[in-house]
Design a protein around this ligand. Structure first.
Ligand SMILES: [Zn+2]
Length: 409
């Protein structure tokens, strides 16, 4: 089922591209209550020619697919061009799902009305600081129709008006993907750890991110939240000068810079996770790439997981006191997903069966299972909603600074 649409919004001489995300409260019923949001990025003007609709695919996906709807690729646009968050307030008369797709009937006589608030964002003057949301929102409504039922026509388009009925541009929409967001994840593990990367695995270039004894993987956990995770192939850093005992933020930052030297920041969202024995911050890991420790002023690119930490006291349960984190089933796996949630700006969650709960809170919860058997490997419903509908600028690495508590995980 499609969940993301590309939006092209042309108003005056400005052209914006971006994504609209739609959640159905009943995924089987396209008429059930919906939550929808979107983001707009201003296309550069210098020498910019408005491409034809078919060329949009080339622009977004890097190649023109045989069938437009088969790509399942969400375009990643440069964060510096981020301009607006769209909060959809109404989606009336028919549905996107019913109206879109090759061969579906046109809706010219009964257009879809898409009402939304447009919140404009002003970037900070200094990299890495908070930008500002303009206090004034624009209330807009687009009247969208499909021009024909032909195989090529997978596009809804129509005029946009403000509350006074004045023209406010033109919108085009078409489905692109089954998920809401797509991220690349690079997991690096200190040599000899074998917690996440199994060196004996014949497929040695793929990180092993499975909860032992289950089919639960990092990819499947994020997929449930509607986020596509692409794990980057594993590569060792033989030449990196590793610290003898504890990893410092300085060491982590220099390793991260090395591993991200091939990053294409304007077309790739990549989160780096470093699994180490010990680090200088609080166990069992957390955020290090924010505030004063964010040396390139590009927040939330990296996080760290500590495996050698020993459970300190009986608050965690007498059976696990003194045990190493790496020896508790699922604990390292859970921590990787937890810190990735922080990297996407999620704060801690008081729901003790959710990924973003603090580990000590999970351990002390009054559940039938004892820690670590009571760890939940799902994001809580409110966090799922955040991951899907928060503005891109909050979620994407290098966007809004980290706002949560990334210590004491
Ligand atoms: Zn945490």
């Amino acid at each position: 089922m499609r969940r993301s649409l590309n939006i092209r919004y042309v108003v005056g001489t400005d052209t914006y591209d971006g994504t609209i995300r739609i959640t159905y409260s009943d995924p089987k019923d396209v008429l059930s209550p919906r939550t929808a949001s979107g983001d707009l990025y201003l296309q550069p003007k210098a020498g910019f020619q408005l491409p034809s609709l078919n060329d949009i695919w080339t622009l977004f996906a890097g190649k023109k697919p045989e069938k437009p709807t088969s790509t399942n690729v969400i375009p990643v646009l440069p964060l510096a061009q981020y301009r607006s968050y769209l909060r959809v307030t109404g989606l009336t008369t028919g549905t996107m799902a019913a109206a879109l797709g090759p061969g579906k009937a046109p809706v010219t006589n009964n257009p879809i009305l898409l009402s939304f608030e447009r919140w404009n964002y002003t970037h900070p003057t200094k990299k890495g600081e908070e930008g500002n949301w303009n206090k004034e929102k624009l209330d807009l409504t687009a009247s969208l129709s499909k021009k024909s039922a032909s195989q090529d026509s997978d596009i809804l388009s129509g005029p946009v008006k403000d509350t006074a009925g004045a023209g406010a541009g033109e919108i085009q929409l078409f489905w692109v993907a089954d998920f809401y967001r797509s991220i690349n994840v690079d997991i690096w593990e200190q040599q000899g750890e074998n917690m996440i990367v199994d060196e004996d695995n014949p497929v040695e270039d793929v990180p092993t991110t499975k909860l032992p004894g289950t089919n639960t993987t990092l990819v499947s956990v994020f997929q449930k939240a509607g986020i596509e995770v692409k794990l980057l192939p594993f590569k060792r850093e033989h030449s990196f000068d590793m610290p003898s005992e504890s990893w410092s933020v300085t060491h982590l930052n220099s390793l991260m810079a090395k591993r991200r030297s091939d990053l294409k920041p304007n077309t790739e969202d990549r989160f780096s996770v470093f699994v180490v024995e010990n680090w200088e911050g609080t166990p069992p890991g957390g955020m290090f790439d924010f505030g004063d420790n964010d040396v390139n002023k590009t927040p939330r690119e990296g996080s760290v997981v500590e495996t050698d930490w020993k459970v300190p006291n009986k608050n965690w349960g007498t059976a696990v006191v003194g045990k190493k984190w790496r020896d508790l089933r699922g604990a390292v796996f859970w921590t990787v997903m937890h810190v990735l949630g922080h990297q996407m700006n999620l704060p801690h969650n008081s729901n003790t069966s959710s990924i973003m709960a603090r580990s000590e809170l999970i351990a002390s919860s009054k559940s039938a299972d004892k820690f670590p058997a009571n760890i939940g490997y799902e994001f809580a419903a409110d966090d799922v909603q955040r991951l899907r509908h928060w503005p891109d600028i909050y979620i994407r690495p290098g966007g809004y600074p980290f706002a949560g508590d990334g210590k004491s995980c």
